[in-house]
Ligand binder design. Structure first.
Ligand code: PMV
Length: 327
């Protein structure tokens, strides 16, 4: 049996704008998804999710077309989670040239699902790394990232940037612009995360921004301004200027808000962090609900978030410079 883990991520800057070719800077955080894989001889797949920050489930199914998993939790939930696992398995089987391989897969994750912290990318990355190794092939990190991107791209019907999967595979802070992905030297950033317990609909939010951008030239300018801000932010990151990063995060949140992807609970958590003295705060990921990220080396923001109406969980999550790893 092989076990691999991979980190979740926050967007320091640039979500949504990255869809239109602007740069973005996601950063891996010390919250991981862990996937254990064991080959089985009967060609079947068994997926067990013990803890995905929601109810666990177990699915066992073969390769017969139309055979559906036999489970007793919400089909939507299982379909979403199993979709990523299936796509990861397909990538691993292809990489290992073992199209018929049966696998027992066990998933545990500390990353809330669909909340802007890259849980699906972390499961996909860790799953591909563990499954290929179990099947006797060791992939380079860049190939794990590429295959995880292809898996997400397929499951999300073309609506995926390389940001989540590349960041989860390599760890640390990364810069993503179209197909170009690279690591950036970054200081240890004092991330604090607020989670409202919900999730946004990424597809709908991305379409909303696209419509605004087509309807109003100033909305297109806003997307371009996010790109300018990211370029400025990269310099602040390399210099380790946390105060400047905070100011730019506040600005980025305002622009995302103007593009219609914030929500009352996200705004509330952002303001709680600012009032508590954070350097800056913004929503992370697609928005609409889910998580905010703030920079605060003290305990003030974490404490304030715990008392903020609508915030279900406030926690610290350091930048994780380790990407995917075999445990
Ligand atoms: O919510 P997340 O972590 O899946 O991030 C979505 C980020 C977007 O820029 C809105 C879409 C994308 O694929 O880059």
């Amino acid at each position: 049996m092989i076990t691999a883990s991979a980190p979740g991520k926050v967007y320091l800057f640039g979500e949504h704008a990255v869809v239109y070719g602007e740069p973005a800077v996601p950063c891996a955080i010390e919250r991981r998804a862990t996937v254990a894989v064991e080959e089985r001889s009967d060609g079947r797949l068994r997926v067990e999710a013990e803890d995905l920050s929601l109810d666990g489930f177990t699915v066992e199914y073969g390769e017969t077309a139309g055979e559906s998993p036999d489970v007793d939790v919400s089909p939507d939930l299982v379909e979403a989670a199993v979709g990523y696992v299936d796509a990861a398995v397909a990538q691993a089987r292809e990489a290992a040239d073992a199209p018929e391989a049966g696998l027992d897969i066990t998933i545990e994750s500390e990353i809330p699902l669909g909340a802007g912290l890259g849980s699906s990318a972390a499961v996909t990355v860790a799953g591909i790394a563990a499954a290929t190794r179990e099947l006797g092939v060791e992939l380079a990190t860049t190939e794990v990232a590429e295959r995880a991107y292809r898996a997400e791209h397929e499951v999300q019907e073309g609506q995926a940037s390389r940001a989540d999967t590349f960041c989860s595979a390599t760890g640390g802070a990364v810069r993503v612009e179209g197909e170009n992905c690279r690591s950036i030297d970054a200081p240890d950033l004092p991330f604090v995360i607020g989670f409202d317990g919900g999730a946004g609909n990424t597809g709908r939010l991305v379409s909303g921004v696209r419509e605004l951008r087509e309807r109003y030239p100033f909305a297109a300018d806003t997307v371009g301004t996010v790109g300018d801000l990211v370029r400025q932010g990269e310099r602040a990151l390399v210099e380790g200027n946390v105060e400047e990063l905070g100011t730019l995060m506040d600005f980025n949140h305002g622009l995302l808000s103007a593009l219609g992807v914030s929500s009352r609970s996200l705004d509330r958590m952002v303001w709680a962090a600012r009032d508590a003295g954070a350097y800056g705060a913004k929503l992370t990921g697609a928005g609409g609900g889910g998580c905010i990220v703030a920079l605060d080396p003290t305990d003030e923001t974490e404490t304030a978030l715990r008392f903020t109406p609508g915030c279900e969980e406030g926690f610290r999550a350091a930048l994780d410079d380790q990407g995917v790893r075999v445990e």
